[in-house]
Design a binder for this molecule. Sequence first.
Ligand code: PEP
Ligand code: MN
Length: 326
Amino acid sequence: MHNSATRRDVALVVEKIESLGFQALPMPGSIRTTVGVIGNKGFVDEDRLLHLPGVQEIIHITKPYKRVSREFKPETTLVKVGTQVTFGNGAPVLIAGPCAVESYDQLQHVARGLAQAGVHMLRGGAFKPRSSPYSFQGLKEEGLNILRQVGDEFRLPVVSEILSINDLDQFASHVDMIQIGARNMQNFDLLQHVATLDKPILLKRGLSATMEEFLLAAEYILNQGNTRVVLCERGIRTFETSTRNILDLNTLALIKLESHLPIIADPSHAAGRSDLILPLSRASLAAGADGLIVEVHPNPAEALSDGRQSLTLDQFIQLQAAMGRA
Ligand code: PEP
Ligand code: MN
């Protein structure tokens, strides 16, 4: 719409779109309002809309993802977690913590150090999606209880991964942000159910997902009316096996152009080894990442999962200092 368009002009456009059998989604921006059209199979005839008062231009979105695209909404979406944390405002958000919550003492120890170091959010898996059924599967409900307790103790908002729709209520009551892990990126039933909770979502890229598949997974969440989505590039599988995964900074930078959603990087799962976390963190922020999620363990050698890629607290503090944050 023109920046001079009135509320009534917008309402008339919405009415017209609906009369054509589509859904209209008005999105007021700081300069002008955009009205999204959803539900059209093919091209929408411009002549039906262009003559209406206040209409400036019709932009056809050719991509399969719509609600997540910058064509649809040019301004970066700010995703708030609680009152303290905002993703997408230009200041990187730092999330850190162990891969898995192992005990109250373990989490409390690491969270104290992280809080002192000034991290913004605490991570900790309670339900772990392990490649082998014989590996530690997480403390489950007890893990979520510990995470909530320790998060409250140090005033750190918490994020944890959900694996099943059976656990929706527990996640709703225990965490501030819900993580959908790489292995569940295309679990559409889970995405749609989690979207209905009034919570921000951290959506990790699938191990072999293309950018389009990644953005379409996010589209499932936005299509349920939840726009509080933060994407996470966590490394993909390629022919290269010398590191666990490849941190795909091409896609991270491209997503900043393609989508208005914030995106953070997970150098820990990308590298699979602690000595690459610093360069990959720097590279991610240089490429435009809106934050980082990093695994930190009080004693990585004893960690029940992902010890090789976990930093010690001291290493984490060095990382922050090297990035000019401490
Ligand atoms: C994790 O964050 O510990 C995790 C399992 O991540 P991903 O889903 O990216 O493998
Ligand atoms: Mn992990």
